[in-house]
Design a protein around this ligand. Structure first.
Ligand SMILES: [Zn+2]
Length: 519
């Protein structure tokens, strides 16, 4: 998982701020979109949004008919439209802006354990027929009929209802936001030398229809703002970053939030001037509430995805119903938190996303399932079938993953450590997904000596195995914080937005690698 890979995978379609208002992003939506009633998530019935692209029940029926023409067990069709605008500010000016528009459809055919997949940007009946034929090639048997009628998935939640559509917010409204972050950061400390701000807004829409006759549409907005601060003191340079992200509209950027982004970024940069390397060796490690959840996600969460277990490559493959952590450890993966980056109303297979208890009272209760793994294990899908885009088949993925509050207090946890470290911010780590062997790089933290936080530390590696670390979690505080950052999870070449969080947690022992310099 990393910060904000999402923006770099997008292809630049226009350069310069002036171009933003006139690129395809606005042109496409200025047409039929204006004439149609837009239905928000939770109220969409059948084909609403995608009607503007000529998507009809007849088209979907023909597509599924072709998909099942070689006898697949199951087929689905996934339409997606995304319009994203990116703005970058450096050296006091917004000097780069671009828009990216993607529109396409993917057809999946499942036969036993096999998946066939075809995708295209051509939404004509012929384009869809060719994509379906590609997907159908996985099966070899007599054709099966497409559904004769379709039903809209009812009762869809509205976890990120679109109040102001991003396409209705002009650059003139967004650019002052970036400039004010720049000015506040430059003014926050005389040591600040350079500021970078980026801003992304995205309007996303998906439609999923399957061979059981289900149709569901969802509008999925997203926005990210990131700040990088570079400071200089006595000829030494330090750099740090902070970002926030949500499925939300322009109202997300309150004065309070902007001020926090600036304050956190500047504080985390300046403390690096005082920070020193940490001692190396095995020691207790206290993970701060919030962004330390990256460790939970990477080193433990991936091991609970059912595809790794089905293939026996996860350490959790034979652990359902068994104690894998202390009885006060409870871990959740859910899509239900309103406006969270990891929130979804429905997954990319059409399953309404709820709350899944992965670990209850220390016992592993379920894996994270898509439809394929749920069928394999004989359970219901958990709403974790997700994909990066119409170009990919879905697989089990996390949404918002966190540990529930425990019986201890933060102060009590820190006071319990004679000599150890307190980790407050991580940058990228490396994890062997499934087995869970990890190396994480601690960007900010403190030494704990005789139960007190003493000097700041930086540039420290911690090394371990996720499932072992989970067994060694021996204190959990009551201060759960879901991180507000723009986390993006990568798996098998696919990126999806996620959220994560943690209360303050003590791990009895982790290998601290000492200072390794910047990696
Ligand atoms: Zn991940």
């Amino acid at each position: 998982m990393s910060d904000n890979r999402g923006m770099t995978r997008r292809k630049a379609m226009g350069l310069g701020v002036a171009a933003v208002g006139s690129v395809a992003a606005y042109d496409i939506l200025a047409g039929p979109a204006r004439a149609l009633a837009i239905t928000g998530p939770g109220t969409t019935a059948g084909i609403g949004y995608f009607a503007r692209f000529g998507v009809t029940e007849k088209l979907i029926q023909g597509t599924l008919g072709e998909a099942l023409s070689s006898g697949g067990d199951f087929a689905d069709v996934f339409f997606q439209h995304q319009v994203a605008n990116t703005y970058l500010l450096e050296d006091g000016a917004v000097n780069r802006a671009f828009a990216d528009v993607s529109l396409g459809v993917g057809v999946r055919v499942v036969k036993g354990d096999q998946t066939g997949y075809g995708f295209t940007e051509d939404l004509t009946p012929e384009g869809l027929r060719l994509a379906s034929k590609t997907a159908a090639a996985i099966a070899t048997g007599p054709s099966r009929p497409a559904p004769v009628s379709f039903h809209a998935t009812g009762g869809l939640p509205a976890r990120y209802a679109v109040k102001t559509r991003w396409e209705d917010v002009r650059p003139e409204t967004k650019l002052p936001l970036l400039r004010s972050v720049n000015e506040k950061t430059m003014g926050a400390d005389p040591r600040v030398r350079k500021v970078r701000v980026y801003f992304v807004d995205e309007s996303g829409a998906m439609l999923l229809a399957d061979s059981n006759g289900q149709i569901v549409e969802d509008l999925q907005p997203m926005t990210i703002m990131g700040l990088t601060c570079i400071a200089e003191q006595d000829g030494k340079r330090e750099e740090n970053a902070y970002n926030v992200a949500a499925r939300d509209d322009i109202s997300y950027y309150s004065q309070e939030r902007i001020d926090r982004v600036v304050r956190e970024c500047v504080k985390n940069t300046m403390i690096l001037f005082e920070a020193t390397p940490a001692p190396a060796g095995e020691m207790p490690v206290v993970l701060a509430a919030g962004s330390s959840g990256i460790l939970l996600h990477e080193a433990i969460g991936h091991g609970m995805e059912a595809d790794f277990n089905r293939k026996n490559v996860s350490i959790y493959s034979d652990k359902i119903g068994k104690l894998i952590a202390k009885p006060f450890v409870n871990i959740v993966d859910e899509g239900t938190q309103e406006n969270a980056r990891g929130a979804i109303n429905v997954d990319d297979e059409g399953t309404v996303a709820g709350k899944t208890m992965l670990v209850q009272d220390g016992v592993l209760t379920t894996y994270l399932h898509d439809k394929i793994s749920a069928k394999h294990y004989g359970v219901s899908p958990t709403g974790n079938g997700r994909r990066e885009s119409y170009q990919y088949a879905p697989m089990p993925r996390m949404r918002s993953t966190y540990m529930l509050p425990g019986p201890h207090k933060k102060d009590e946890i820190i006071a319990s450590v004679k000599k150890g470290i307190y980790c407050t911010r991580f940058t990228n780590g490396q994890v062997q997904i499934g087995a869970g062997d990890f190396t994480f790089y601690v960007k900010n933290g403190f030494l704990i000596e005789d139960g007190k936080l003493t000097r700041p530390i930086k540039d420290v590696n911690i090394i371990g195995n996720g499932p072992k670390v989970l067994e060694l979690v021996d204190m959990v505080s009551d201060d759960l914080a879901i991180d507000e950052g723009g986390w993006t999870c990568g798996k098998n070449g696919q990126s999806v937005p996620v959220s994560q969080g943690l209360p303050t947690v003590r791990v009895a022992s982790i290998t601290v690698g000492g200072s390794t310099g910047k990696s």
